[in-house]
Design a protein around this ligand. Structure first.
Ligand code: ASP
Ligand code: MG
Length: 419
């Protein structure tokens, strides 16, 4: 396809009512009138997927996942057909397609399928005839021809995959916020919308709980170098946030954002014999239960014994505790305890790679705010701390202030200082 093609994805809140669908139709038509070929991907109308799921659960405690997929995919079919009708009524020729009609083939894992291939011939043909294509997001078919879905929030991934398959210029994700922010504006009122953010930073942010993009969509975009634009459906002036490969034109602040996650808990196993194989036993047991742990610390051994602490999502705590108590007995640990009054505060920024002293600034800012750190972990472009849950908002604000994230970034100097 020509690079004249753009993919525009509209989320559930953007197509939540008929009026909103008309508004989306107007915006899509505007892009087409400006000479673009447009392929639109839509989510189900706001709340629709949850409503359908709740209906299934009223009928059965464990509905078959195959049936759930067929059921949920109908939400996106409705919004795609309605948007296509709205476009046609504005005099803009359009064709709505389901995942199957779009040629989107996935594996067999119902409710969280992965895309295997896309045969975009039909869509290309429709675009060639100068029509807008409106695709139902979130769905495909497996090799048996059964409908599959891509996991919650999966329309983002559909949009990027289609953009890649059709060699679009970029993929625009329209939503109810203006873009990606330096912090949650509900916590930090002067949080700033970022104009640009790198794939790497966005991957960290999405895995730390930024809900604005599904993480798989960012992985996909990064793997195929497909630029994403996150922007508001309702604020036409704002150009949103460009998510793309790191490049020399990028304003590269040391820190791009501060995130917090209150849904974290900590398990501590005290007085474990300091011998090879103990940690393996403990963490294998969790891996077998498909529980992923995040930060792990082990104290310096005293008299042949040590303490191990790790964090995990609070939703997994109830399942993990009995497993850990069993293992604790097995390895003759002194005690096993848990704490769910914690939260994880993270600072993300690609500029950290070339700037020394970031961790020190984080620690000073938190200590000046009287906040104690219980655990610390770092990656190349992230520093995370576990703190008392009570201090969450205060910590986020202190770090946002420390790195002056409310202000437009200065370009970083050309000479790296080394980490
Ligand atoms: N409607 C689906 C969901 O709510 C997919 C999506 O909106 O991306 O998860
Ligand atoms: Mg979404």
């Amino acid at each position: 396809m020509s690079s004249n093609l753009i993919v525009q994805k509209f989320g559930g809140t953007s197509v939540g009512t008929l009026e909103k669908i008309q508004n989306v139709a107007r915006r899509v038509k505007k892009s087409r009138d400006a000479g673009k070929d447009v392929l639109v991907v839509v989510s189900a109308m706001a709340g629709e997927t949850d409503k359908l799921l709740a209906m299934a659960r009223e009928l059965s405690e464990r509905p078959e996942r195959r049936e759930i997929d067929l059921l949920l995919s109908s939400g996106e079919r409705i919004s795609s057909a309605l948007l296509s009708i709205a476009l046609q009524s504005l005099g803009c020729p359009a064709v709505a397609l389901t995942g199957r009609q779009m040629g989107l083939v996935t594996d067999n894992i119902h409710t969280r399928a992965r895309i295997k291939s896309i045969n975009a011939d039909r869509a290309l043909d429709i675009l060639k005839r100068n029509h807008v294509v409106v695709c139902a997001g979130f769905q495909g078919i497996n090799e048996n021809g059964d409908v599959t879905t891509l996991g919650r929030g999966g329309s983002d991934t559909s949009a990027v995959a289609l953009a890649v398959a059709l060699k679009a210029d970029r993929c625009e994700i329209y939503t109810d916020v203006r873009g990606v922010y330096t912090a949650d504006p509900r916590i930090v009122p002067n949080a700033r919308k970022l104009n640009m953010v790198s794939f790497e930073e966005m991957l960290e942010m999405a895995s730390l709980g930024a809900k604005v993009l599904q993480i798989r969509c960012v992985e996909f975009a990064n793997n195929f170098n497909m630029p994403l634009v996150v922007r508001s459906t309702f604020d036409e002036e704002d150009e949103g946030t460009l998510v793309c490969q790191e490049n020399p034109d990028m304003e590269q602040p040391v820190v791009s954002g501060v995130m917090s996650d209150k849904d974290q808990s900590k398990i501590t196993i005290k007085g474990v014999p300091d011998q090879p194989g103990i940690a393996a036993k403990i963490f294998n047991a969790l891996a077998e239960a498909s529980i992923s742990v995040d930060m792990i610390i082990q104290n310096v051994s005293a008299e042949g014994h040590t303490d191990i602490s790790f964090t995990l999502p609070t939703t997994n705590l109830q399942e993990a505790m009995p497993i850990m108590q069993d293992k604790g007995k097995e390895v003759h640990a002194e005690s096993v305890s848990s704490d769910s009054d914690i939260s994880k505060i993270s600072v993300v920024g690609a500029g950290m790679r070339s700037h020394a002293g970031v961790a020190a600034r984080i620690f000073s800012a938190l200590s000046n705010a009287g906040i104690n750190m219980m655990m610390i972990s770092t990656s190349e472009i992230r520093v995370s701390c576990i703190i008392d849950k009570k201090g969450t908002e205060q910590a986020v604000r202190a770090l946002h202030d420390e790195f002056k994230l409310d202000q437009e970034p200065q370009r970083v100097s050309e000479t790296p200082t080394g980490a």
